[in-house]
Design a protein. Structure first.
Length: 386
C-alpha cells in the first residue's frame, strides 16, 4: 500500500501513488499525461494487458493514455486520469472494480458515476476515491465495514463514506481504510482486530469513520495488510496495528491499538507499507525499512526481520516508494525505478523470478513518476512518450 508525501500501497497492493497523494510526490491529475506499465502475475487480469498471462518484463496496460496516478490492490489495479476519471482492472471478485458486477476485467474500464476525483487507493478487495470536494467514495468487499457506509454489505458500485468531509488523502489496508483530514488528523474505519483503527480498541468491524487517537499535524499516511503508518510535520513516523514482524518499528513485536513512534526517524517525508514491512523516504533522499525481511523486501542484504528502521544501501535520491505484499519499489528524483524483495511471479521486473535482497535498478525504466505493488505484480506510472 502506498505512500503519501503530503499524500501517501497496499499490503497487497497498483500503488504508485503511491501507496501514493494532497501535495504528494505524484503530480496532480491536471498535469500528468502518463501511461501505466505492469509486470508480474496476470492470472486475474491485474496487468491490464487484455489477457490472463504473466510477464517478467514491463509492458504497457491497454489504456487509458493520460494517467495521473496509479495504485495496486491484492489482485486489482486502479488508475486516475487527467480528467479526474477512475479506471480499474483485474480481480473483480467482491466488487473491487466498481463496475457494477463481480467479473474480472482484463483491460482498464472506467468506473461509472465518478468525476472530479483527486486521489485513488486500493485495499485487498476494496477501492477508494477522494473527490475534489473532500468526500470519499468506496466500493468492493465490506465484511468489516471498510467501505465506511455504515453497513457490512459488499458494493459493486461506489458509495459515499459517512462522516468524512474535508479529506485531503486516503489509504487502505487489507480490510480497513484511512482518511487524512485537512486539519491534520486521521480517521479510520473497517476491520480492527489487530489494532488497525488506532483508537485503543480492537473491534472485529467498525463501519463508521472515527479519529485515530493522539495524532495531529499528519502530512502522509499509508496502510499495510494489518498495520498503518503516518508522518507528521516534524518528520516523525507513527505506526499502529499488527506488529508480529516488527512492522511498527518500535523495537518490539507487540501489537498496538494506538499509535507508537517508529524509532530513529526524524526527517521522513513519505511512507509506504507492504503485508508486514514498512518503508520511509527521508528528506535527503535516503530510504529506511523495517518489519518482515523473509523475501528481501527490506533491501538490507539479509532475510532477517528488523524491529527498528535500518538503511537501504544504494539509493540516495528517492522521491517516493511503495510496497507490494512482499516486495518494494522505489522511484528516484530522476525517474529511475529500483525494486527488491519477492520475485516469484517476476514482479520485480528484472526478467527473472529470483528474490533480490538488495535494490536492483530496472533497465530502460528511466522515466518513472509513480509505482505500486500488489500480491505478485507491480504497476508503474511512466511519463509521456514511454
Amino acid at each position: 500500500m502506498k505512500l503519501l508525501v503530503h499524500r501517501r500501497s497496499s499490503a497487497a497492493v497498483l500503488t504508485l501513488v503511491t501507496a501514493s497523494l494532497l501535495a504528494s510526490p505524484t503530480p496532480s491529475a491536471a498535469v500528468v499525461d502518463g501511461s501505466a506499465w505492469t509486470v508480474g502475475q496476470g492470472d486475474q487480469g491485474q496487468l491490464g494487458s487484455g489477457a490472463r498471462t504473466d510477464r517478467n518484463t514491463f509492458g504497457k496496460a491497454v489504456g487509458p493514455t493520460d494517467v495521473a496516478e496509479i495504485d495496486g490492490g491484492r489482485d486489482h489495479s486502479i488508475a486516475l486520469d487527467g480528467a479526474g476519471r477512475v479506471w480499474t482492472w483485474g480481480n473483480g471478485n467482491l466488487g473491487a472494480l466498481g463496475l457494477g458486477s463481480m467479473a474480472d476485467g482484463l483491460a482498464p474500464k472506467q468506473v461509472p458515476g465518478l468525476s472530479g476525483v483527486r486521489r485513488v487507493e486500493t485495499g485487498h478487495y476494496h477501492s477508494l476515491a477522494l473527490l475534489g470536494d473532500g468526500t470519499v467514495r468506496t466500493w468492493g468487499f465490506n465484511e468489516f465495514g471498510q467501505l465506511g457506509d455504515g453497513t457490512t454489505v459488499n458494493r459493486v458500485s461506489p458509495v459515499k463514506v459517512s462522516g468524512v468531509s474535508g479529506a485531503k488523502g486516503v489509504a487502505a489496508g487489507r480490510d480497513f481504510s484511512l482518511a487524512l483530514m485537512a486539519s491534520g488528523v486521521v480517521k479510520a474505519w473497517g476491520g480492527g482486530a489487530k489494532g488497525e483503527l488506532g483508537n485503543g480498541t480492537t473491534p472485529v468491524s467498525r463501519p463508521a469513520a472515527k479519529r485515530v487517537s493522539g495524532l495531529t499535524g499528519v502530512t502522509a499516511i499509508a496502510g499495510g495488510r494489518n498495520h498503518a503508518l503516518a508522518v507528521t510535520g516534524s518528520g516523525a513516523v507513527w505506526a499502529w496495528g499488527l506488529n508480529a514482524s516488527g512492522q511498527l518499528g518500535d523495537g518490539t513485536r507487540v501489537n498496538r491499538s494506538t499509535p507508537v513512534r517508529v524509532q530513529g526517524i526524524t526527517n521522513a517525508v513519505a511512507v509506504a507499507a507492504g503485508a508486514d514491512h514498512s518503508i520511509a523516504v527521508l528528506g535527503d533522499g535516503r530510504v529506511v525499512t523495517w518489519g518482515e525481511g523473509a523475501f528481501g523486501q527490506l533491501g538490507s542484504g539479509s532475510t532477517a526481520d528488523r524491529l527498528v528502521a535500518g538503511p537501504v544501501s544504494g539509493i540516495s535520491t528517492a522521491k517516493l516508494a511503495d510496497c507490494g505484499r512482499d516486495h518494494t519499489l522505489v522511484v528516484t528524483r530522476t525517474g529511475e525505478l529500483w525494486t527488491f524483495g519477492r520475485d516469484d511471479f517476476g514482479q520485480l521486473g528484472d526478467q527473472g523470478t529470483v528474490n533480490r535482497l538488495v535494490p536492483y535498478r530496472i533497465p530502460g525504466i528511466d522515466n518513472s513518476i509513480d509505482a505500486s505493488g500488489g500480491r505478485g505484480y507491480s504497476v508503474v506510472l511512466r511519463a509521456p512518450g514511454a
